[in-house]
Design a protein around this ligand. Structure first.
Ligand code: CP
Length: 345
């Protein structure tokens, strides 16, 4: 029951607030306690996400969904999560169909939208842009990806998935070994996830990337300062060995600066069945934020792993609904009423 979450403490929305507002801009807003309290709220949402129970707790509320970059999962799952709480969604996708194409500023767009809707979910190609939306309004704003910056809701659902997979196996996140693979320079999901994982104790990270796509130094330093072991390699076979979690990412070519190339990124970088069978353990979890490039020869997570039980990618996407429902419930201050509001579907 989420009604018991945070008993004797300030509401979760206040504990994770950004600049005193109920907003989600960065995973840096969480400590381990607030993250685990959010996971309890997500657990309460599971029967609704699975269509066994229904709630109308957000009836009458309207979500503004502003996506200025391509998205399938994040846009649709945020919208579905809001609808499953009883709310409705108004959206605009791409610059072409927004008045930003006529030169309207982020400030004006955000002020106008906050007169129409009760919460905003925003994806935008510039790092820091969603924080700019948030500064212009007092309604809840959620960062659904700000260029190469962060993707906090993805990292939260990734860690929620790791916890659920580990719980099934009787394992803990503390002390685990996580291999992150691929484009660690521009992959915003790994930037957010490594920060969240570093809230736990005694992890080992193996960062597998070609030199041109390595994890930013400030994140490597942050993780090392928090007492975790961190190794970097460009050898995929070596990097996967012994890992409890392999988190693969797509090369974000759309973020390459002029003249940047895929130097050092060979076809052998593909995470495929033969490699996983040779290098991974029987209980290694294989994850990816998706989308993946499934074309033959692509340097990504291979489709030949689709029937391998270690592949958790669709359990990840399913968990996007309860986690995003939990975020809305917390930021809109109704998380303690959800359990009581539920009835059978
Ligand atoms: N993982 C993710 O952000 O997917 P979309 O780009 O489809 O939203």
């Amino acid at each position: 029951d989420a009604g018991s979450v945070g008993t004797g403490q300030r509401p979760l929305a206040q504990r994770i607030a950004a600049e005193g507002k109920p907003q989600l801009l960065s995973v840096a807003q969480f400590d381990r306690g607030s993250l685990e309290d959010l996971f309890h709220v997500a657990d309460v949402m599971q029967p609704i996400a699975r269509r066994q129970k229904v709630t109308r707790i957000l009836e009458g509320a309207v979500l503004g969904s502003l996506f200025f970059e391509a998205s399938t999962r994040t846009r649709v799952s945020f919208g579905a999560a809001f609808c499953r709480l009883g709310g409705t969604v108004c959206d605009t996708t791409g610059f072409t169909f927004s008045s930003m194409a006529k030169g309207e500023s982020i400030y004006d767009t955000s002020r106008v939208m906050s007169g129409y809707v009760d919460a905003l979910v925003v994806r935008h190609p510039e790092q820091g842009s969603v924080a700019e939306f948030a500064r212009a309004t007092n309604i809840p704003v959620i960062n659904a990806g700000d260029g190469p910056g962060e993707h906090p809701s993805q990292a939260i659902l990734d860690l929620y998935t790791i916890q659920r997979e580990f719980s099934r196996m009787g394992k803990l996140v503390d002390g685990t070994h996580v291999a992150m693979v691929g484009d660690l320079k521009y992959g915003r999901t790994v930037h957010s996830l490594i920060r969240l994982l570093s809230l736990y104790r005694g992890l080992k990270f193996t960062l597998v990337a070609p030199p041109s796509l390595e994890m930013p130094a400030y994140l490597v330093e942050l993780v090392a300062r928090n007492g975790h072991v961190i190794e970097q390699t460009s050898s995929l076979a070596q990097g996967l060995r012994g890992a409890d979690v392999v988190y693969a990412t797509r090369v974000q070519k759309e973020r390459f600066a002029n003249g940047e190339t895929l130097e050092g990124y060979t076809p052998e970088f593909q995470v495929c069945k033969a490699l996983v069978d040779a290098a991974c353990k029987p209980d290694t979890i294989l994850m990816h934020p998706l989308p993946r490039d499934g074309r033959p020869g692509a340097n990504d997570l291979s489709v030949d792993l689709n029937h391998d039980p270690r592949l958790a990618i669709f359990r990840q996407t399913d968990n996007g609904i309860p986690v995003r429902m939990a975020l809305f419930a917390v930021l809109m201050g109704v998380e303690q009423q959800v359990a009581r509001s539920m009835r059978d579907a």
